[in-house]
Write a protein that binds this ligand. Structure first.
Ligand SMILES: [Zn+2]
Length: 437
């Protein structure tokens, strides 16, 4: 049964991949016709799944299946349908399609073509799954996760978390189009965006299935993992200043080469990351002045992106790399200016939802679920401020993402379908036992 449902998800991911604003590449920016088309398709699938749909002013699409009584807090499942430029078909759609699949399984609308189970067949798992839940289910498409078009990201989940800032209406894209105009293009009223905030009492929690975007599952030979946290992130700039000079006349032992100081430091950054405590550290940008083939570099500006699940470990690593930059600069007769631009705390995922997801994965796959920290940001980060959050990672081929080569096997989609089924069952049982106490 889960393999049939997985086949439908694979087919739908392909259908969504055909909706793009560019020829020959998959790109869906916030406010684009391609994104509106994808939302319309998802909304149609939600209705066919028996969900009542609505859109808020920022453009989040919400399909709701009531539980045992109307108005119960909702378990929200979903992801996003906006993309990066020249994207793959799974980053976002996987979580959206699994959410719609789950709602369809619970409403029974997804298998309405089937004959009713005969009475003598006994209670089937599918019939059991259609029993009303002690919470509502919502399938959610957040309007703008990637932040490709405007200098902002997680717009939809910021609105849900009550963190919308109306000053952002004036943000412009590369063509000078304002966010306000893009919200109108999405069909929303810019003056009413803040009304999309969810009262914490409306939500039981958030669960997003997403491709891993890494190779840890592939290396482990396992389809699914439970996410523990989104890593905290620091961004810094080290500006090394030496002395520019003639490449032909300045003796090798009389140079104050800023680039070589930066290069030695970049190798130190790599060594720090390789030390094996889960730190990932990247020097992604290096600019050199004056930047001429026959001039010793006088200035080298290097960026640092540093992430770790534990904030104290990350802060200690930043301090140690700043000290390393000073030591290398001093040994080479150059100076270094250190600036920190970003200090985003790690996101705490719900221990309770992690536990239930882990149990669901273990029971359905027969293997304990690895616990992984997410290196990438997700809507769970803003949402964690207002509700319990959780994520399920699904193995993707080669760890490739943000790339047309993104690939997830049908078997792994089926594993995710079964795990989400079990997770919702386990959460329902847990909620019922709380209600009895
Ligand atoms: Zn994503």
């Amino acid at each position: 049964m889960s393999s049939e449902r997985a086949a439908l998800i694979v087919a739908r991911a392909e259908e969504l991949a055909g909706l793009s604003e560019e020829v020959g590449a998959l790109t869906r920016r916030y406010g684009s016709q391609a994104l509106l088309d994808a939302l319309a398709l998802a909304e149609r699938w939600m209705r066919e799944a028996g969900l009542a749909t609505r859109r808020d002013a920022i453009g989040n699409l919400i399909g709701r299946l009531e539980g045992e009584r109307p108005g119960l807090p909702a378990l929200a499942l979903g992801s996003h349908l906006d993309t990066v430029r020249d994207a793959g078909r799974w980053d976002g759609p996987l979580g959206v399609l699994l959410a719609i699949d789950q709602a369809a399984a619970r409403s029974g609308a997804g298998d309405s073509a089937d004959a009713c189970p005969s009475a003598d067949a006994g209670p089937s798992a599918d019939a059991g799954r259609r029993r009303a839940l002690p919470f509502a289910l919502e399938a959610v498409v957040f309007a703008d996760e990637e932040g490709l078009r405007f200098p902002t990201a997680y717009l939809g989940s910021h609105v849900w978390a009550g963190r919308w800032d109306a000053a952002e209406l004036a943000l412009t894209d590369a063509d000078g189009v304002t966010l306000e105009a893009a919200i109108r293009a999405m069909g929303g009223d810019p003056a009413r965006v803040g009304e999309g905030a969810r009262n914490p009492g409306e939500l039981l929690g958030w669960c997003e299935a997403h491709i891993e975007q890494g190779t840890r599952l592939e290396r482990a030979g396992l389809p699914l993992a439970v996410v523990t946290t989104i890593q905290g992130q620091s961004r810094c700039t080290a500006t090394f200043r030496g002395q520019a000079g003639h490449a032909g006349t300045t003796a090798m032992d009389a140079r104050r080469d800023a680039l070589l100081a930066a290069a030695e430091w970049a190798l130190g950054v790599e060594a720090k990351g390789l030390a094996g405590d889960g730190l990932v550290a990247t020097v992604g940008r290096l600019s050199v002045e004056p930047g001429a083939v026959n001039v010793i570099p006088g200035v080298a500006v290097a960026s640092l992106d540093l992430r770790h699940p534990d904030d104290a470990t990350r802060h200690a690593a930043v301090a140690s790399l700043a000290a390393l930059a000073q030591a290398i600069a001093a040994s080479r007769g150059v100076t270094v200016d250190w600036a920190q631009h970003t200090d985003n705390a790690a996101v705490a995922f719900s221990p309770r939802l992690q536990e239930l997801l882990g149990q669901a994965v273990e029971e359905t796959t027969g293997s304990a679920a690895p616990r992984l920290a997410s290196g990438a940001g997700h809507d769970a980060a803003p949402l964690s401020r207002s509700t319990d959050v959780s994520m399920l990672f699904v193995r993707c081929k080669g760890g490739i993402s943000h790339n047309p080569a993104e690939s997830v096997s049908g078997d792994d989609v089926a594993a995710a379908v079964a795990a989400v089924d079990r997770f919702v069952d386990l959460l329902a049982a847990a909620e019922r036992s709380i209600a009895r106490e």
